[in-house]
Design a protein around this ligand. Structure first.
Ligand code: WT7
Length: 637
């Protein structure tokens, strides 16, 4: 780490502390950097756990991301480059993006979409996805993007929770040269999600698709009647910008609601600090727009800053593992943001794929979604960043709306430590606490909490204020519970250790064990199931299912395969189980709760610890012997 210039950390800590003591004036200053139709009356209304930021202020996300740039040199610069895995490309200047967003907004109005209504977007990584989001925001409707890798059950669950009436999709998505029949998946989902009255289909091919008269419409036909201009609706700062579903500890996904004003202010500020983003940046975040990372890092933050966004529809190793580096070279990407899983995969393929390309345009590298191991950090730093680029390891969540703990080279580059997300951003009061909520000392592992409100924080869970209170604000009095394990070191640097709850992270994707269990149990021959995450050298975690078969079924390998396929078809490829094991009994507490902790201890060969609440000790003995047999078998093959 010789070539990056480092500064002492003291000044930065003072600055950060100061912001915490004056959060209102601190965030007010940041809010003033955006253009508001009407100034706010009050910076913060904090009725724990509900925060309202910039109360009374009026603004519009679509106006700020597109219209605003028409009044400067940004107008004719590229807003969005798009490329797919076949090498097809598109580019939109800010002016062209403005046109598209307006026309899309007009189409939504013609469909009858009103302010405050939800629109479900089930779209692949095509330019129409950000366009649809901005168009929805323009008219004051609320977008709910469902990741297009999710299958019909996951899609239906999310639609049913929002009760949306309009859904936008495409005929298909592309992945590794194969087609994903999105419209067919929608048809399947709508059988059990009856609120949707209108479906708009963006056709990417000439292939025929089934059209249900009166319900399904073709985008290219509807858009013919669209107007060129739709007024961006002035919205109160706390009008919801979007709902995004994320997995929690029960089978039912949580609809995280984000505001307009707070969310935009937070992302505008933090992307400057963390990525030093500007209108000169060529910003590439490899996440899918379907996750919060894509919402903030592909759509809102870069466009607010007038940056050039790169959107790539493809996987990291198709057609070969050099494809991402080729793209960085081709577009002169300056900021690159990806996941530790991707970097681990590239490490395995070796440097030869990287060496072929000129990556000298890169200035800052980012990592997100899961902890990054120090050796992976070093590899990223050396081989991708050429020992020139600081790595920003950014810790955040769907719920936080934006980055919370990360180096901030756009403010001041503090010394980096491979594997640590370093310090909380200014204004964020993060702490590591014990079971009782008391701060633990340096070097001790505990739970990560946030002790004050911040503008990016979720407004709540859609339609469920009680669950919002219970999940995030009841574990420790008066603090936001993140669900993560963490540790602070002597210098106050944060080290993140993954989830402390029943949530797992597979390749950085967040999955609830309960959601996978409920899918496994819906296979006709499964009586009960328990799901845990097992450490995986590339993906971080892999899914392991323990299942009890119904009477009359034998524990055969073909049934294991069927469970794997069933979960994959219902939830999506990201939820494909790695291992399935059959048992006669699952370890449970006397009150009937599955003790996943014990299952995990067995597969990790760790002491199983306290079992006083275990109902039947024989169950854990069985799990041990089943797993022992499995390991033996794996050795033999
Ligand atoms: C969970 C949130 C918004 C980021 C994309 C994922 C884990 C996220 C890091 C990091 C260690 C991380 C946490 C968190 N996580 N970033 N830099 N280091 N862990 O958003 O799907 O809501 O998942 O991802 O466990 O709670 P998400």
């Amino acid at each position: 780490m010789k070539k990056v210039k480092f500064y002492p950390v003291k000044g930065y800590i003072d600055f950060q502390r100061n912001a915490i003591s004056n959060i209102e004036s601190f965030w007010e200053k940041e809010a003033s950097k955006l253009e508001w139709f009407k100034h706010w009356d009050k910076v913060l209304e904090w009725e724990e756990p509900f925060a309202k930021w910039f109360v009374g202020g009026m603004l519009n996300a679509s106006y700020l991301c597109v219209d605003k740039h028409l009044y400067s040199w940004h107008k004719n610069k590229v807003a969005l480059y798009w490329e797919d895995e076949e090498g097809n490309t598109k580019a939109f200047s800010y002016f062209q993006l403005y046109r598209e967003v307006n026309r899309f907004a007009s189409m939504l109005k013609n469909l009858g979409v009103k302010k405050g209504e939800s629109v479900v977007l089930y779209l692949p990584m095509i330019p129409e996805l950000p366009i649809a989001m901005l168009a929805t925001a323009r008219i004051g409707a609320i977008h709910t993007v469902v990741f297009s890798g999710f299958s019909s059950k996951a899609l239906a669950d999310r639609i049913n929770d929002t009760s949306a009436e309009v859904l936008i999709t495409a005929d298909l998505g592309r992945r590794r040269g194969k087609f994903i029949p999105l419209k067919e998946i929608v048809d399947e989902a709508l059988k059990v999600a009856p609120t949707i009255k209108k479906v708009v289909v963006i056709k990417r091919t000439r292939e025929d698709i089934t059209i249900e008269e009166g319900r399904d419409f073709l985008y290219h036909e509807l858009i013919k009647d669209a107007e060129d201009y739709v007024e961006p609706k002035p919205l109160e700062s706390n009008h919801p910008l979007y709902i995004l579903y994320t997995s929690g500890t029960t089978g039912k996904p949580k609809g995280v609601v984000h505001s307009t004003g707070g969310y935009l202010v937070y992302n505008y500020a933090t992307y400057k600090w963390v990525f030093n983003i500007s209108a000169e940046s060529i910003y590439w975040c490899t996440a899918d727009v379907g996750w919060v990372t894509g919402h903030s890092s592909i759509v809102y933050a870069p466009l607010l800053h007038g940056a050039t966004v790169l959107m790539y529809e493809g996987t990291p190793d198709y057609p070969d593992p050099g494809v991402w580096w080729r793209i960085i070279e081709k577009y002169g990407v300056t900021i690159f943001y990806t996941s530790p899983t991707a970097i681990r995969m590239f490490m395995r393929y070796g440097e030869k794929w990287v060496k072929k390309y000129d990556l000298s345009s890169l200035k800052i590298l980012g990592s997100v979604g899961e902890p990054i191991n120090p050796e992976v950090w070093e590899w990223y730093y050396k081989h991708i960043g050429g020992e020139r680029c600081p790595i920003v390891d950014t810790w955040w969540q769907t719920e936080t709306g934006g980055i919370m703990i990360s180096p901030a080279p756009g403010l001041e580059l503090i010394p980096l430590k491979p594997g640590s997300a370093t310090l909380p951003l200014p204004g964020i009061d993060a702490e590591v606490v014990d079971e009782e909520g008391n701060p633990v000392g340096a070097g001790i592992k505990g739970y990560l909490v946030i002790r004050n409100p911040w503008p990016g924080m979720l407004m709540g869970l859609y339609g469920d204020p009680e669950r919002y209170k219970e999940v995030y604000w009841s574990r420790f009095q008066g603090t936001y519970y993140t669900g993560d394990y963490a540790m602070k070191d002597e210098e106050g640097y944060f080290w993140l250790f993954g989830r402390a709850d029943e949530v797992i992270k597979v390749a950085g994707h967040r999955l609830g064990t309960a959601e996978i269990e409920s899918s496994a149990v819906s296979a006709p021959f499964v009586a009960e199931a328990a799901v845990i995450g097992k450490p995986d050298p590339i993906k971080g975690e892999a899914i392991v299912v323990f299942a009890i078969l119904k009477e009359g079924y034998k524990p055969e390998d073909n049934l294991k395969k069927e469970i794997i396929n069933h979960v994959r078809e219902q939830i999506g490829p990201i939820a494909t189980p790695e291992e399935v094991h059959f048992v006669a009994k699952l370890p449970k507490t006397r009150s009937g709760k599955i003790m996943r902790r014990l299952l995990k201890a067995v597969i990790m060969d760790k002491p199983i610890g306290d079992i006083t609440t275990l109902e039947d000790e024989a169950s854990i003995e069985e799990v041990k012997s089943v797993y022992e047999e499995f390991k033996q078998m794996m050795k033999e093959v």
